[in-house]
Design a protein around this ligand. Structure first.
Ligand code: NAP
Length: 257
């Protein structure tokens, strides 16, 4: 049904774990050449080795999305290694928790720098390469938290995820001149390493609040990324795709039955 992504050159930030790793696998299984980036070089190397053992065509690059020079270096290295770039997945993100009473200025800055500024820096650095692509694609990993919902402890996180969407809407207009689309995935609660660190009680209560009665899988989110990257999604830009098992829908606990 969809045109093959075979040979597409893809960069996934935060690709060494969780949703990013799911997106990496998704593209690589479609025959794309995939670069994955993260800060921790050891975990990244182990991840690359495991993916290659599965027969997937991947390369790892150490970089911090919150640092402009690191991002420029990353994107240039990936484009050099692959001879260009077709798809940029801005996925790297952090979600430390802290109530409004506790949050420090540094906590706020770190989350905004990684989640929101990181997306801007990556898109800006990738633009010259995406313009050369047959059809360029940018896919942001945002969240339901912030754009649609709230959760105590995540005021800074919610602000960063909503900021990604504000950035996207103007970027979509500017990028459209070059035939590049930019869209966002809004996952609900997805069972990743990062989410598991929130604890078993949190995970269980989240699963209970989802009409489809399970947390999302990284493959559920990767499917959205593959769709936005497809040739067939070329007339969709500046849009958000909620992938949450219906989590935002119930008006009360009773609604879940
Ligand atoms: P995760 O399991 O903690 O993985 C995060 C990835 O991002 C890792 O590869 C990490 O590697 C990388 N990373 C973090 N900070 C980075 C930085 N400054 N520069 C480069 N790489 C960085 O997280 P996840 O749950 O998969 O979340 C991924 C994305 O999905 C985030 O944007 C998150 O907000 C979003 N999301 C997650 C959920 C969920 O339920 N899990 C729901 C909605 C949205 P290093 O630590 O080595 O850098």
């Amino acid at each position: 049904m969809f045109t093959s992504l075979q040979g597409k050159r893809v960069l996934v930030t935060g690709g060494s774990a969780g949703i990013g790793l799911g997106i990496v696998r998704g593209f690589a299984r479609e025959g794309a050449r995939v670069a994955l980036s993260a800060r921790n070089g050891e975990r990244l190397a182990a991840c690359v080795a495991a993916l290659r053992a599965e027969g997937l065509d991947v390369q790892g690059f150490v970089a911090d999305v919150a640092v402009a020079a690191s991002v420029r270096n990353l994107v240039d290295e990936v484009a050099q290694a692959f001879g260009g770039l077709d798809v940029l997945c801005c996925n790297a993100g952090i979600f430390p928790s802290g109530s409004l009473d506790e949050l420090s200025e540094a906590d706020w800055d770190q989350v905004l720098a990684t989640n929101a500024k990181g997306s801007f820096l990556c898109v800006q650095a990738a633009l010259p390469y995406l313009r050369q692509a047959e059809y360029g694609r940018v896919i942001l990993t945002s969240s339901i938290t912030g754009p649609v919902t709230g959760f105590p402890g995540w005021a800074h996180y919610g602000a960063s995820k909503a900021a990604q969407l504000g950035f996207m809407r103007t970027a979509a207009i500017e990028l459209a001149r070059d035939g590049i689309t930019i869209n966002a995935l809004l996952p609900g609660n997805v069972l990743t390493e990062g989410l598991q660190e929130m604890g078993a009680d949190y995970v269980a209560s989240m699963a209970a609040s989802v009409p489809l009665r399970r947390l999302g899988s990284v493959d559920d989110i990767a499917a959205g990324a593959l769709f936005f990257a497809s040739r067939e999604a070329g007339y969709i830009t500046g849009q958000s795709l909620i992938i949450d098992g219906g989590q935002i829908l119930p008006e009360s606990l009773q609604a879940l039955g």
